[in-house]
Design a protein around this ligand. Structure first.
Ligand code: FAD
Length: 565
């Protein structure tokens, strides 16, 4: 198998595809090379993105089974759970990133620092763009046999005006900008020419969004202001500084157990962090934020806070690239993510060619369809009209058993449905009608399709694909073999993906909370050490672990670096 040098590719590009672009074919099979050509012929695996999903997949793949090309505008992997700590200098930016080339090297692959723009599914070509030597955008195709889309998500603007006046926290460059901006405000506030009113504005920090990212950033900021400000900015008065969190729901951290979110709110109240619940941002002006707030009587009033800094952290939405892919298929109906089947194959794309993982993907749920069709069969067996039939608990148990055999990954949801069956049995007759059942199923569907957009899920999906691709390589060496030859290869060699929730953590300012399936605990220093240990253990390499340990020790000994450059 020949690996074509880059220089030769540039000089003699093969052109093709609908746009007649150069085709960057890094890996070409040597026709004469093998007495057993099927084994020598390796499939081209193209992975888009270098985030949690893609890196978990790369770490799982056996080297040598595939010709791997990784394409991403980021040439590093970012350990996002600790990113809020880097915004205020608790951790250094470099301690959270791992160069991707080292990870790609293990599987003897290529890395291209470029953006995927589109996919020609019929010709198995990814259209890619990258800035050329003079800064102009160059487009070319990369061919694939298998394509994995792991491009993550973008911050959701929710149609709010003035977001150019906000900071975002998605990437390492965002953390650097935030750090510089916070310190610039502190420095300007110290100048003798700054009025009292202007100083209070500069020292008013607003976080829009009370989810884990917004809360962790507010906590880190509060820690920094509390612990290092008196030391380095003795002229600033602590009571001139304010931190506000604006949250649209009635509690912050609303995906956590209610007791934990209340614990976090109490902690923040004690630390004088202003939590504004039932509030929606209307507009962000350069010097103030306008928002509406619902009071206890349900009356909506408009308010404003003068501010010198605003972080926008209100959830995620689909990238333009994913919107472009979704628009090519009739059965992609989810506005927030690419839909896949339970084998993580992109719905609508040729079977076994294209997969989507992580924040950019959601698993299509057809478990409900099967429950309904099993129940219909049952109705016909009993000679009844399915729409009129009342479903008894024992009918339901029988159907649940059959669905579980067909979809072992739905076991958890069937258990929940079982509990809900009891709750819906309003008239104690031990039966449900079809209408009630559909209502129940739609509740379960929305839970199943909205698996959390977390590193945990992306990681599990990446690992799952890695294991499956290893199996496929063993079962079908030289797989340009397609489903016509092998049927549903994915289904034949490996089980469907099943998400296992291992719990959620959040740092809330010298305290941390842990939530595991509705049970959890929150606590002070001990919990913080536990929180650190979990992320320390999950950190991507020995190098980043050493850097993290050094950062924590440095901060304990010398405090944070409050410099901007
Ligand atoms: P990402 O990790 O976002 O990676 C996407 C990759 O695709 C990037 O490399 C990007 O450069 C690349 N890309 C984008 N567009 C293209 C394109 N067109 N072509 C090619 N490549 C492209 N989750 C947790 O479970 N626990 C936490 O504590 C936690 N804390 C977080 C804190 C912060 C500040 C943030 C921002 C997120 C946090 N998350 C946490 C969520 C978690 O980071 C995401 O769920 C996870 O990163 C998703 O992984 P992914 O592989 O889908 O995408």
């Amino acid at each position: 198998v020949t690996d074509i040098p880059v220089s030769e590719l540039a000089l003699n590009p093969r052109r093709g595809g609908p746009k007649n672009l150069p085709i960057a074919d890094y890996f070409v099979d040597d026709d004469d090379c093998s007495e057993n050509k099927a084994i020598k012929h390796k499939p081209k695996l193209v992975i888009l993105g270098t985030g949690w999903g893609s890196v978990a997949l790369l770490k799982q793949l056996h080297p040598g089974d595939y010709h791997v090309t990784v394409i991403s505008p980021s040439n590093h992997f970012l350990f996002t759970p600790m990113l809020p700590s880097a915004t205020v200098g608790t951790l250094e930016l470099r301690s959270l990133v791992e160069p991707i080339r080292g990870i790609v090297k293990r599987v003897r692959g290529h890395f291209l620092k470029a953006m995927a723009e589109d996919v020609e599914f019929s010709e198995k070509l990814v259209e890619v763009s990258a800035p050329g030597p003079n800064g102009e955008k160059q487009h070319f195709y990369v061919p694939y046999d298998k394509l994995v889309v792991g491009v993550g998500s973008v911050t959701n603007p929710h149609g709010v005006k003035g977001l150019e006046n906000c900071h975002f926290l998605k990437d390492i460059s965002d953390a650097r900008l935030i750090r510089n901006s916070v310190i610039r405000n502190l420095e300007t506030a110290c100048l003798p020419t700054t009025s009292d009113e202007e100083r209070r504005r500069l020292l008013s920090f607003v976080v829009s969004g009370g989810g884990p990212t917004g809360v962790e950033f507010a906590a880190e900021l509060y820690d920094m202001l509390n612990e290092d400000l008196c030391k380095y900015f003795p002229k600033l008065l602590r009571n001139e500084i304010s931190v506000h969190v604006i949250q649209s729901r009635s509690h912050i951290l609303n995906t956590y157990d209610e007791a934990l979110s209340q614990y976090a709110e109490t902690r923040f109240a004690h630390d004088s962090v202003d939590i504004l619940t039932n509030s929606r941002v209307q507009e962000v002006k350069p010097d103030r934020i306008l928002f509406s707030q619902k009071d206890e009587d349900g009356k909506v009033v408009t308010k404003e806070i003068p501010m010198g800094f605003c972080l926008w952290s209100t959830g995620v939405s689909q990238t333009d690239f994913c919107k472009r892919l979704a628009a090519k298929f009739d059965n992609q109906n989810n506005r927030h993510a690419l839909e896949t089947d339970t084998h993580l194959r992109l719905a609508g794309a040729p079977l076994g060619d294209v997969y989507a993982i992580g924040d950019c993907a959601t698993v299509q749920n057809n478990v409900s369809d099967h429950i309904v069709s099993f129940l219909r069969t049952l109705a016909w067996e009993k000679g009844k009209d399915p729409e009129q039939m009342h479903i008894s608990y024992s009918d339901w148990r029988g159907v649940a058993k059959r669905v579980k055999q067909r979809f072992p990954q739905a076991a958890d949801h069937l258990r929940r449905l079982d509990k809900l069956f009891g709750a819906y049995d309003k008239d104690n007759s031990g039966t449900l009608d079809f209408g009630e059942l559909r209502e129940l199923l739609s509740q379960i569907d929305s839970k199943l399709t909205s698996l959390p957009a977390t590193a945990q899920r992306a990681h599990q999906q990446g690992q799952y694909l890695g294991r499956k691709f290893n199996r496929i390589a063993q079962a079908a060496p030289g797989m340009t073999l397609n489903q016509v030859d092998y049927g549903d290869l994915d289904d034949a060699v490996y089980k469907a993906f099943e998400y296992k929730h291992l719990g959620s953590l959040a740092y809330i300012g010298n305290a941390a909370i842990f939530d595991y399936n509705g049970r959890g605990f929150g606590g002070g220093l001990l919990a913080v050490y536990l929180w650190r240990s979990v992320y320390f253990a999950q950190s991507v390499s020995f190098r980043t672990r050493c850097l993290l340990a050094m950062d924590w020790s440095k901060r304990a000994l010398f405090g944070r670096d409050l410099m901007n450059f």
